[in-house]
Write a protein that binds this ligand. Structure first.
Ligand SMILES: *[C@@H]1O[C@H](CO)[C@@H](O)[C@H](O)[C@H]1NC(C)=O
Ligand SMILES: *[C@@H]1O[C@H](CO)[C@@H](O)[C@H](O)[C@H]1NC(C)=O
Ligand SMILES: *[C@@H]1O[C@H](CO)[C@@H](O)[C@H](O)[C@H]1NC(C)=O
Ligand SMILES: *[C@@H]1O[C@H](CO)[C@@H](O)[C@H](O)[C@H]1NC(C)=O
Ligand SMILES: *[C@@H]1O[C@H](CO)[C@@H](O)[C@H](O)[C@H]1NC(C)=O
Ligand SMILES: *[C@@H]1O[C@H](CO)[C@@H](O)[C@H](O)[C@H]1NC(C)=O
Ligand SMILES: *[C@@H]1O[C@H](CO)[C@@H](O)[C@H](O)[C@H]1NC(C)=O
Ligand SMILES: *[C@@H]1O[C@H](CO)[C@@H](O)[C@H](O)[C@H]1NC(C)=O
Ligand SMILES: CC(=O)N[C@H]1CO[C@H](CO)[C@@H](O)[C@@H]1O
Length: 845
């Protein structure tokens, strides 16, 4: 049953999305059958959307609309949430946020170990909730753009996000109802996008590239190695491996804008047009920040610019000329920090600058000329690479990954080996006995994941010689590569403590079992989230427990635990399963089951949903037999053997079976019928779009399309007829509308659609028209659109007819690079140039 619904869910979310979640902006991309990977335009037709949410008493605004309010009423607009995710109140980033945004009241949530915004007694929101709202908004934008439901997403996060921060994003996504296929580090997404476009240039010789990404809130330098590798499954494939990461959590364009805002405020005060200090007026400061952002952008291309704001405060206008030299003087200490991430990345990768072939700029703040100058000097190259779309590469890389992870698309493999930025270790203590009989305590450490350890990866740690209950701690390892300030922003270095109980009892009974020890199975998943899958003891052949539960895609309640409390203690109990115990347990279980059945069924006979489906006679009969069984239990049930108890139970179950069935079926109808409706809806939409494929790209035959249409029609008829027939029946009669039939219809429809999706996936490319002979196109298409209906089997050679992401137009080459450079100098960032949209359709070729 569950499987069927999963199947349905799988189909219903054919389109997938990515969100490049920055601190100031988010960019969203989608891919859906028949349409290239593309950036989603928001309601204002812009390619990026401010990460902002405005919460008024009974109104919620997002994106540009929320930003609009921030100037008039900054108190109700929440922005730059990234720095607050998974943070305790003591974290210096919280104090810094409070300083930048004095209009917000931030308080500590002791229970969750996080902070929340307090607007009023009624309006209190955690940064995770606010981000959840933003993510929900992003999926709304994606769905509007795709014109179909989308649930599956790959979300980017900064590479330096630790476990608590990663879990916070998963929690936000869960609140937004998104299914996270993966959290991908934003630098990795950029590197993937870069690699996918240069597949041809990647060979067995390793090439090292550094990406320098300065965004609004932070800066990251990443060293990536590209080369082809041999794989068992897919032959020789290109691979990218993250080799070194360096970062500065607070260096970015936003800090520069704040400096400029404060500078403009100072100038205004010095103009003495008002007696009040503008810095105490939050609305005026919000206006100044907005103007500072504009001026900063303009100064990247021009030597000077006039800052001006009408009615800044008390109807007084503000005007002041600012030049680039002044701006640079304000930010000298920030520019000094530009080389830091480069040095860290080199140290982490144990590489020298000579080994780096290219340094490529990413992120809006790298447009500031002084940043480029300082960086160029630090990396000692002739020039900096500007050949990727600094704004959209991460969103496009992430959506490529989303397509690769989704079952509905086939993309050419590109192996991604990401790396853990922070080491993780397990610590435990044990009593030792010295030679002279003196007892001591020995502290042990086992490295679980080293710094830059590739992930996803599973690890098992074996605890030997434990014969009694014990605890172990999961902590971060050596973080001495972080500065004191970084360490404070990092937060707790303790992930969790695991307490194993019941070990002692179990080993007493299996004293020979000690030798192989107790194994803890860890997994760092695709999202870089550490999970303790289970703890097992091999001799006993059983699993003690599953702790953190859930994978990254469906975070369970437990996943969020470590965010909420840095020191949760999990209690785990070893089960004890000897043969004798088994028999005893079995009898107790049967007795319990029988007791429970009697009690529950007697109770059910008073419930409306049961009363509704039984006749008076049936009720009398069941109720009579239940009382008789109760009396038997009281008299002799407690001495009866397992077999006898089982027979009694099965007799009673048989008696009530029909009644239970009627109730169960009625309970299942709403869900199943809704799923069927939705499936019919989606199949109809799919059929419609499949029919609309251009003739020369039509991969489906008439027969196939007709078949799907027929199945849709028949399903709809069946549903109508069966529902109508059921309505005529009395609830006490055996139903004709059966959930298993509905499920069968669901899966039939699902199979039909999946068959077509699969065909599209493996469709052979149609012969390409010769580019110069334009007239040949229509001839070719007429030749190839056959109407045969042979079943398509996946070709043996998977590379044949495989979907490929390729640029609609090649990214800038040496010749046209100049043009790109000038493009980056325009005052307002160009929107919708669109020349970077790669093509990945089901109807390519
Ligand atoms: C998510 O967005 C939709 C509109 O796209 C809205 O109807 C829904 O209430 C939102 N859910 C939450 C939890 O905010
Ligand atoms: C690999 O490609 C690089 C440039 O893309 C080229 O210089 C080098 O010779 C190639 N190596 C091999 C082994 O083909
Ligand atoms: C917390 O982590 C630090 C650093 O790894 C370690 O020294 C300390 O012992 C840990 N505390 C516990 C309770 O494990
Ligand atoms: C079917 O689609 C229509 C329009 O897209 C929508 O209004 C309706 O709610 C959908 N029904 C179901 C059951 O999903
Ligand atoms: C499906 O139903 C529609 C409308 O009822 C009808 O026009 C169409 O011919 C039917 N298709 C098939 C294949 O039965
Ligand atoms: C099924 O019933 C619905 C409403 O009850 C109606 O709109 C629809 O046309 C019917 N479809 C068929 C195929 O009878
Ligand atoms: C292509 O077709 C157009 C109009 O149908 C015709 O004018 C042109 O000469 C043709 N070109 C070639 C290369 O056949
Ligand atoms: C291609 O087929 C269509 C319809 O099948 C026809 O109208 C058109 O003339 C054909 N074109 C050529 C170039 O044969
Ligand atoms: C240790 C812990 O919190 N375990 C919980 C994990 O989640 C499941 C289901 O949500 C709970 O039943 C466990 O108690």
């Amino acid at each position: 049953m569950r499987e069927k619904l999963t199947l349905w869910a799988l189909f219903s979310s054919v389109a997938v999305m990515s969100v490049d979640l920055g601190s100031e902006w988010m960019k969203i991309a989608i891919v859906k059958p028949g349409v290239p990977m593309e950036i989603v335009l928001n309601k204002e037709s812009r390619r990026k959307t401010p990460v902002a949410v405005c919460l008024k008493e009974n109104e919620r605004l997002f994106g540009d609309s929320a930003l609009g309010v921030s100037v008039k009423n900054p108190k109700v607009v929440y922005r730059y949430l990234q720095n607050l995710l998974g943070k305790t109140a003591e974290n210096p980033q919280v104090a810094q946020y409070q300083k930048h945004f004095p209009e917000h009241q931030i308080q500590s949530d002791e229970k969750r170990g996080t902070v929340f915004f307090k607007n009023s007694e009624e309006m209190q929101y955690s940064p995770e909730e606010l981000l959840g709202m933003v993510l929900n908004y992003s999926s709304g934008l994606a769905q509007d753009f795709a014109e179909q439901p989308i649930k599956d997403a790959v979300i980017t996060i900064p590479a330096f996000f630790n476990q608590a921060e990663r879990r916070a994003v998963l929690q936000a996504a869960q609140m937004a109802g998104l299914k996270v296929l993966q959290l991908i580090n934003d630098n990795t997404a950029v590197a993937l996008n870069y690699g996918v476009f240069r597949r041809k240039d990647i060979n067995s010789t390793a090439q090292n590239v550094m990406f320098y990404d300065m965004g609004s809130g932070s800066t990251t330098a990443t060293i990536v190695t590209y080369q082809t590798v041999k794989t068992k499954e897919a032959g020789t494939q290109p691979q990218l491996q993250i080799r070194g990461v360096g970062f500065d959590r607070t260096l970015g364009g936003f800090e520069m804008e704040l400096r400029l805002r404060d500078y403009l405020a100072k100038i205004f005060n010095e103009q003495k047009k008002s007696k009040k200090d503008v810095r105490e007026n939050m609305r005026a400061m919000a206006k100044l920040l907005k103007e500072a952002q504009r001026v900063k952008t303009v100064l990247s291309a021009n030597a000077e610019h006039m800052a001006q704001i009408e009615g800044l405060m008390d109807d007084i206008d503000f005007k002041a000329k600012v030049n680039r030299a002044e701006f640079e003087a304000l930010c000298t200490d920030l520019f000094d920090r530009v080389p830091g991430p480069v040095e860290q990345a080199l140290a982490a990768s144990e590489m020298s600058l000579d080994e780096i072939e290219q340094v490529i700029l990413v992120g809006g703040a790298t447009r500031v000329p002084r940043v480029q100058e300082v960086l160029l000097k630090a990396v000692r190259k002739e020039e900096l690479g500007k050949n990727i779309n600094a704004d959209e590469a991460a969103a496009m890389g992430a959506v490529y990954q989303a397509a690769a992870l989704s079952k509905a698309f086939k993309v050419k493999p590109f192996i991604v080996r990401d790396a853990a930025v922070f080491p993780i270790q397990v610590e435990f203590s044990r009593e030792t006995e010295e030679e002279d009989g003196v007892k001591g305590i020995k502290h042990n450490k086992r490295i679980l994941f080293q710094r830059m350890a590739p992930y996803p990866q599973r690890k098992v740690i074996t605890f030997n010689r434990y014969t009694d209950d014990f605890i172990f701690h999961i902590n971060y390892g050596d973080l001495s590569f972080l500065s004191q300030d970084d360490l404070k922003m990092f937060g707790s270095q303790n992930l969790t403590t695991v307490k194993l109980s019941g070990v002692g009892n179990s080993f007493k009974k299996h004293s020979d079992a000690e030798s192989k020890g107790i194994k803890a199975h860890f997994n760092m998943d695709e999202s870089g989230v550490l999970l303790l899958d289970r703890v097992s003891s091999s001799e006993l052949g059983n699993t003690i427990s599953s702790l953190f539960g859930g994978g990254s895609s469906e975070p369970s309640a437990n996943v969020t635990e470590p965010v909420q409390n840095p020191h949760p203690i999990f209690f785990v109990r070893l089960q004890d399963l000897t043969d004798r115990d088994l028999e005893k347990q079995e009898r107790e279980k049967t007795l319990n089951n029988l007791e429970a059945f009697l009690f529950e069924t007697q109770d059910k006979l008073y419930q409306d949903e049961y009363l509704a489906v039984v006749t008076e006679e049936e009720k009398e009969e069941i109720s009579g037999k239940l009382s008789a069984a109760s009396t038997w239990m009281d008299d002799e049930g407690y001495t009866a053997g397992t077999k006898e108890l089982k027979e009694k139970l099965s007799e009673l179950k048989k008696l009530c079976k029909a009644m239970f069935f009627r109730v169960e079926e009625r309970k299942k109808w709403p869900d199943r019928l809704a799923a069927l409706d939705s499936m019919l809806n989606h199949s109809t939409i799919f059929l419609k779009s499949a029919k609309m494929l251009p003739e020369d790209n039509q991969i489906f035959t008439d027969v196939e399309l007709k078949t799907l249409e027929r199945v849709i029609n028949e399903t709809m008829d069946w549903k109508n007829e069966t529902v109508a027939e059921q309505e005529k029946l009395s609830p006490t009669e055996k139903p004709v509308l059966l959930s298993k039939d509905i499920e069968a219809k669901l899966s039939l429809l699902d199979r039909e659609v999946n068959y077509l999706l699969n065909k599209a996936k493996f469709a052979k490319p149609k012969p390409k028209p010769k580019p110069k002979d334009k007239n040949s196109t229509s001839t070719e298409s007429n030749k190839t659109s056959s109407t045969d209906s042979e079943k398509v089997v996946p070709p043996k050679d998977e590379t044949e007819g495989v979907e490929e992401a390729k640029p609609a137009e090649e990214p800038p080459t040496e010749e046209n690079k100049k043009e790109t450079e000038t493009e980056q100098k325009v005052e307002e960032e160009t929107e919708g140039t669109g020349n970077y949209t790669p093509v990945m359709h089901l109807d390519t070729h």
